[in-house]
Design a protein around this ligand. Structure first.
Ligand code: ADP
Ligand code: MG
Length: 328
């Protein structure tokens, strides 16, 4: 195992460049002071950036290198999905300790390149520097969409249905098992934490159908993220806990929890889409979801009254003991 220091900053940039598809003329990627990108006619650019740092977002003792690379880009693509934007290019910045393992870095690059290819996203540049304390990866992603199709958080209206894609709480349950070093980790739950799938295709078809009024990707837990959407829309939400889509492995996990809903509502890192739509669009939404192979579930209604209220099966309100994941 050789260390990065031997390679130097420019050797490292060359190592990165060699692994990725990049923009072609008249556009330009790695090598000059700036990347050059030509927006397509009539398109608006969506930009998002996300940082992942060792010890906060991941632990190399249980995070395989390839999964880390995949996830670093996936969490950014999930933000594009939440606007309905089509991925185009990304920028990749690393802070790396001098003695960092080249093998681990190669694994990260392999995972990044695979996720980039799956979503037809080209590497257009980045930055590389040393680190005194572990690995940091920062990615900025650019996507595009017609401005009238971009779905914002602010469009929810009272009476609209609230939907989510996939299932909730799996990633939080998987992380808890990994952190506890559980002997029998559930592979499905663990893979939902290590290798989330951004719902890019679903986000794009929903946006282009103009059937959804607001959308957000669930990164910090449904409860908090629905709250952000509703606040920006000037409305509130009523959610039926009984309607939440929960996987069988999650249900098994939650039986040992003092609160079976907590991870699904506030655990975070689901990277599912939560969106609102007028009730007449239900059939369109179900048909579109079918074409992408991602299930969607109606979980509640947008209310005139602000705040997010959760209801149990017997109609009584329920308050989780924490609201969402926050760093500070
Ligand atoms: P500058 O000194 O102007 O910041 P750099 O020497 O950092 O330029 O970068 C040279 C070129 O390499 C630029 O095109 C930059 O985008 C690219 N680059 C640097 N680091 C990375 C990286 N981690 N991933 C992709 N491209 C990179
Ligand atoms: Mg630089």
């Amino acid at each position: 195992m050789n260390a990065l220091a031997k390679e130097g900053e420019f050797g490292l940039i060359e190592r990165i460049r060699a692994r990725f598809r990049q923009p072609t003329a008249p556009d330009y990627g790695i090598g000059d002071d700036c990347a050059l990108l030509t927006p397509r006619v009539g398109m608006q650019i969506a930009v998002s950036t996300d940082l992942m740092t060792e010890g906060v977002h991941f632990d190399r003792s249980y995070m395989p290198a390839i999964a880390l690379g995949r996830k670093a880009l996936a969490v950014n693509l999930s933000d594009l999905a939440a606007m309905g934007a089509i991925p185009r290019v990304f920028f990749l910045s690393f802070a790396l300790p001098r003695a960092f393992s080249v093998d681990y870095l190669d694994g990260v690059l392999e995972g990044l390149a695979a996720m980039a290819d799956e979503h037809d996203c080209l590497l257009a540049g980045g930055d590389t520097c040393g680190s005194q304390s572990g690995l940091t990866i920062s990615i900025t992603v650019l996507g595009e969409q017609k401005p009238q199709y971009m779905v914002k958080r602010s469009g929810a209206q009272a009476g609209h249905d609230i939907w989510v894609s996939g299932t909730l709480g799996d990633a939080a349950a998987g992380l808890e098992q990994l952190q506890k070093g559980a002997v029998a980790c559930d592979q499905f739950l663990v893979s939902r934490h290590l290798d989330p799938a951004p719902r890019v295709g679903l986000g794009i078809v929903l946006a282009e159908s103009e059937s959804v009024s607001s959308m957000i990707d669930i990164s910090d837990g449904l409860y908090g993220d629905v709250g952000h959407c509703m606040r920006l829309s000037g409305v509130g939400a009523a959610i039926n806990l009984n309607s939440l889509p929960l996987s069988l492995p999650y249900r098994t996990f939650s039986r040992q929890q003092h609160d079976p809903w907590l991870a699904a509502l506030t655990g975070g890192e689901d990277y599912e889409l939560c969106f609102t739509a007028a009730p007449q669009h239900e059939e369109t939404i179900c048909n579109l979801a079918k074409t992408t192979g991602i299930p969607v579930t109606k979980i509640g209604t947008v209310t005139e009254q602000s705040g997010v209220t959760l209801y149990t099966a017997d109609g009584s309100p329920y308050q989780p003991e924490r609201s969402s994941y926050t760093h500070f």
